[in-house]
Design a protein around this ligand. Structure first.
Ligand SMILES: [Zn+2]
Length: 546
């Protein structure tokens, strides 16, 4: 993990992604983690502008999902939880479960649960859409060149709609449950969670003792490995791989302390950690990331209704951030893809520069999660509604385990989608790039207003400029006083970081107390009174006028 390129292998990314990665670094949105030491693969730091953008995005989510509603409350659970939470949720399996990665679609699955297919049998690979099928075909071509895939006798590789045809199953005799690919990584015991140990004593002493005993008893290497893992497990705790379980295990405390009536939701934002084998596309898939998740608890049978409701709400939210409608879509999970407990799941997908990919999952999870924790903890996680009719008795008084609908969005992915959507190049008449504009929604922009005196030599102008900036800051509007370089360069810089409004002070400002407000998107300029500036900008922010 310590080696690898300082930035993601940029040459493999589409040109637009390279431009966004470069702008993100140049302007202080996102830096490679520990860059002066050569970088840590798949870890990123949010710079001065990135942290504002990310917080603005997460603040918008919190307002939309929690503080603007009466039926959703917030929670902040700890990152390290009781290890049994992850046993009950299924995240910690048997340590000997062999896991395999599909080399075509990246699905990770248990080898012993995969669909069987005899060696030499044709193995069609089928993806969700044509774009993915095309990417799959490229991947198979690469693997054929490396000798890792085998064509059927007398066949050539071909693509038919969403399927890639021509290859056969190998000696493994099973295929990817997601796409049908027989092209798979080696089997390995793999834990996707980051493990650490709780307590001041080094867990290594337990390992040494266990292994010493094992060697005495003539244990094989495989047995020694198991003994070591078991010895470590005694003190092991995990960095959470999702925020959701924190809300399930606190369901009762939240419900009772707030006297909440079902249906209601518990929402949480925060860091999660996954030891991903494949990290890719800049901040899209990294080992440390931020989530925005909400568990909506409802009576049995009402999951599908609330799935529809939250699907519409979440669409309204993403579109409200200014993301292009044609670059957002819902993808319904088909039966093969659907988790066994779910009675309906949609992905919200965004068309990133490399293709459609997941921004958020909205799933109707039935009572699977609460029941799993009831079984694991031995505690009843039920709700009693004295007025509702119990279907089994036909009388008022209904005790049940609530069902759950979960909209689970990626905050860091959201930041990338917003950056991709906002990035635009305006061309001059000769086809060259005239300016780069980050058309961020004004509420997401790191700075709302730039305060620019035309010349920095004029002391009076500088003084007035600083005064105006102070007024904005005192009003809670992120302003940036900026006197470096020519006015043209300063406009260009603010266009590139998405500042929606610039106020320019000139000679006339000293004479009649007016400034020019310049709007980012169409560069139009208006003369307004200095005294009205805060109100004009506040109103523009409210209406989203840029
Ligand atoms: Zn696959």
């Amino acid at each position: 993990m310590l080696d690898g390129p300082a930035m993601p292998s940029e040459s493999k990314e589409p040109e637009l992604m390279q431009k966004i990665v470069s702008l993100a670094k140049r302007r202080g949105f996102v830096f490679q983690s520990s860059e002066i030491y050569g970088g840590l693969k798949s870890a990123y730091d949010y710079g001065p502008l990135g942290v504002e953008l990310k917080r603005n995005l997460m603040g918008e989510w919190w307002t939309f999902m929690v503080t603007s509603r009466e039926d959703v409350v917030g929670l902040e659970s700890s990152i390290i939880m009781h290890p049994d939470v992850w046993r009950s949720s299924g995240h910690v399996g048997n340590f000997n479960d062999p896991l395999v990665d599909c080399l075509v679609c990246q699905e990770r699955f248990r080898a012993d649960k995969a669909p069987k297919l005899a060696a030499g049998t044709p193995a069609p690979i089928t993806l969700g859409d044509k774009a993915r099928a095309k990417l799959a075909e490229e991947k198979v071509k690469e693997l054929l060149l490396l000798g890792e895939a085998k064509l059927a006798e007398g066949q050539t590789l071909k693509r038919d709609g969403t399927s890639v045809l021509g290859i056969v199953a190998g000696d493994r005799s099973y295929v990817c449950p997601n796409c049908g690919s027989p092209l798979l990584s080696a089997e390995r015991t793999f834990n996707g969670m980051f493990t650490t140990s709780l307590g001041p004593v080094s867990p290594m002493q337990n390992v040494i003792e266990a292994v010493r005993e094992g060697v005495k008893g003539g244990a094989s290497d495989e047995d020694l490995h198991r003994l070591a893992v078991e010895a470590l497990a005694k003190t092991a705790v995990y960095l959470r791989p999702e925020t959701a379980q924190g809300m399930f295990v606190q369901f009762l405390n939240v419900q009772q302390s707030q006297s909440l009536k079902v249906p209601f939701g518990i929402a949480q934002m925060g860091k999660s950690f996954r030891n991903e084998i494949t990290v890719e596309h800049f901040i899209f898939r990294s080992c440390e990331f931020e989530q925005m998740e909400m568990e909506f608890f409802c009576p049995p049978g009402e999951g599908p209704k609330y799935l529809d409701y939250w699907k519409a709400e979440r669409q309204r939210w993403w579109e409200g951030l200014g993301l292009s409608k044609e670059k957002l879509r819902f993808r319904k999970h088909d039966d093969a893809e659907l988790a066994h407990y779910s009675d309906g799941t949609f992905d919200v997908e965004y068309e990133f520069p490399w293709g459609w990919d997941e921004l958020e999952g909205i799933a109707s999870r039935t009572d699977y999660d609460l029941k799993a924790h009831m079984k694991g903890s031995g505690k009843k996680l039920e709700y009693f509604d004295p007025e509702a009719i119990d279907p089994s008795t036909g009388k008022p008084g209904y005790r049940y385990v609530p069902h759950v609908v979960e909209p689970a969005a990626g905050a860091t992915r959201g930041v990338l989608a917003v950056l991709c959507d906002a990035y635009s190049e305006e061309l001059a008449a000769d086809g060259s790039v005239d300016r780069v504009v980050l058309r961020l929604h004004p509420r997401l922009a790191p700075y709302k207003v730039g305060i620019l005196p035309v010349v920095k030599k004029d002391e009076e102008l500088v003084k007035r400029g600083r005064e105006i900036a102070a007024r904005f800051l005192a009003s809670g509007i992120a302003a940036r006083y900026d006197e470096q370089h020519t006015i043209g360069k300063r406009y260009a810089r603010h266009d590139e970081i998405g500042t929606p409004y610039c106020l320019t002070l000139d000679e006339q400002t000293l004479q009649d107390g007016t400034v020019t407000i310049r709007y980012r998107d169409d560069r139009r300029q208006e003369r307004i009174a200095v005294d009205a500036a805060v109100d004009v900008v506040r109103e523009a922010l409210r209406t989203g006028r840029v």
